[in-house]
Design a protein around this ligand. Structure first.
Ligand code: GTP
Ligand code: MG
Length: 429
């Protein structure tokens, strides 16, 4: 990998087998996506090679003729072959040997992108666990192929009794994964505490921007919250969830979270890390599902996202379907016909962003409830909290305290009522 990356830019061949169950359009869309993933890694895709096969062959991914064709193409000038499937360690090893250059499968390409884009400690640890899980069997395959030489090395160099090189690596990998997992668990606990703290500030409505990678979530995050979310024409530019308040502030105050993008065939090792990152989405009262309307494959992307949302248990969270990038293409009338409740917009148009903002605020406003709170003089210290989490419509003093007519999120109002009774009971005691 490091050697290959020394070239500028490394030249890659995109290669894939098309099974009978996969239609031409779907196959093409997947190849286009792999080319985009390659571009994200800074590769130049010099050619694409495809083969229709009835099924996968356990030892060789391609048939003999295709492998020869691929070897010729590599000799004409390519540094690596990118395969649009997750292939087994032995398939990868055999193919690399035969074509004479490094082979990366779809999983490895995605893992490499996540590795390069991971910024926070949590994202780094999650990606490293996934990479170790992926690399382990491949290192063992390489050791197996190296054969007797490897076995001869066993038992030397301070290694404990009779342990082979492969076993040692396996143990090291297992230990490292366990260590990383421990760190992650600690970070997870920390995040939970932070979240609990946020929930202690009632009245904060939450919307999560969710969607396929590159749909424009971070662009919308910036536009809605006047923040500096990272925007890039890359896949998986965002790996960590960020949370910011809608700006300028609204009534009720709304927190927006930007989340990691989805992709089809997400490597298994990354699914777990995805899920913990997406806890944020689960806590939101509204999921704004952002779709790139200009992408010909948007319907498949929409379906993949909905499927992942279902898997993480967010199926029941109300949706706002947002078709973005309409300035680049897409059939607005058809979208409105098929998805009557949707928003069709461009993040590049201020007016459209204002409309999205209004739709979000309206969603939370319609949920607001009105209530009358009685705040005894003894519980006056809760005044600030009331004003911070609700809109106070009217206030009048009477005998033992003040009556406040408020409007706020149902949870916020309920929580205030509980806090007031607890405080009143405490001072009565
Ligand atoms: N033309 C056009 N481009 C857009 C629009 N919204 C976003 N983009 C561009 O699309 C690319 C991806 O945008 P991001 O906001 O980074 O996408 P994302 O959904 O956060 O992507 P990931 O973080 O990778 O999941 C960037 O180059 C944006 O400038 C839009 O409405 N119109
Ligand atoms: Mg992003």
């Amino acid at each position: 990998m490091t050697q290959v990356l020394a070239h500028k830019p490394p030249r890659a061949i995109v290669a894939a087998v098309q099974l009978p169950s996969v239609g031409d359009a779907e196959f093409e869309a997947s190849l286009t996506e792999l080319r985009q993933l390659a571009k994200t890694l800074g590769f130049e895709v010099v050619s694409t090679i495809a083969q229709k096969r009835a099924s996968f062959d356990a030892t060789a991914y391609f048939g003999l003729g295709k492998r020869e064709e691929l070897r010729d193409l590599v000799q004409q000038g390519a540094d690596l072959v990118l395969v649009d499937h997750e292939i087994s360690p032995s398939q990868a090893f055999n193919l690399a040997k035969e074509v004479g250059c490094e082979v990366m499968d779809r999983t490895m390409v995605i893992l490499e992108i996540f590795h390069r884009h991971a910024r926070s400690n949590a994202a780094r640890a999650q990606v490293e666990i996934a990479r170790l899980g992926y690399m382990g069997p491949r290192m063992r395959e390489a050791a197996k192929q190296a054969g007797p030489k490897d076995r001869a090395r066993s038992g030397v160099g301070g290694r404990s009794g009779g342990e082979s090189h492969g076993e040692l690596d396996r143990r090291k990998i297992r230990d490292r994964i366990a260590e990383l997992q421990k760190e992650l668990d600690a970070m997870h606990l920390e995040r939970k505490t932070q979240r609990a703290r946020r929930q202690e500030r009632p009245g904060l409505a939450r919307v999560a921007l969710v969607g396929y990678t590159n749909a424009g979530k971070s662009t919308l995050m910036r536009a809605l919250t006047a923040s500096e979310a990272l925007v890039a024409d890359k896949l998986f530019a965002t790996l960590d969830t960020t949370v910011r308040a809608l700006h300028p502030e609204s009534v009720p105050r709304v927190l927006v979270s930007d989340t990691v993008g989805f992709i089809k065939n997400l490597p298994h090792g990354l699914v777990a890390s995805f899920k913990s990152t997406l806890d944020e989405a689960l806590e939101a009262s509204l999921v704004a599902h952002v779709v790139d309307a200009s992408d010909p494959g948007f319907e498949r992307q929409l379906a993949v996202t909905e499927q992942v949302l279902e898997e993480i248990g967010a199926k029941g969270v109300p949706r706002l379907l947002v078709f973005n990038k309409i300035d680049r293409g897409g059939d607005e009338a058809a979208l409105r016909g098929k998805y009557p409740e949707c928003i069709v917009m461009s993040a590049k148009r201020e007016g459209d962003v204002a409309k999205l903002r209004a739709a979000i605020v309206a969603f939370f406003q319609q949920r607001l409830v009105e209530a009358e709170l009685f705040l005894p003089w003894s519980a006056q210290k809760l005044r600030g909290e009331i004003f911070a989490s609700c809109e106070v419509l009217e206030e009048r003093s009477e005998g033992e305290g003040a009556f406040l007519r408020v409007r706020g999120e149902p949870e916020a109002v309920k929580r205030l009522q509980e806090r007031i009774s607890a405080e009143a009971a405490r001072s009565a005691a």
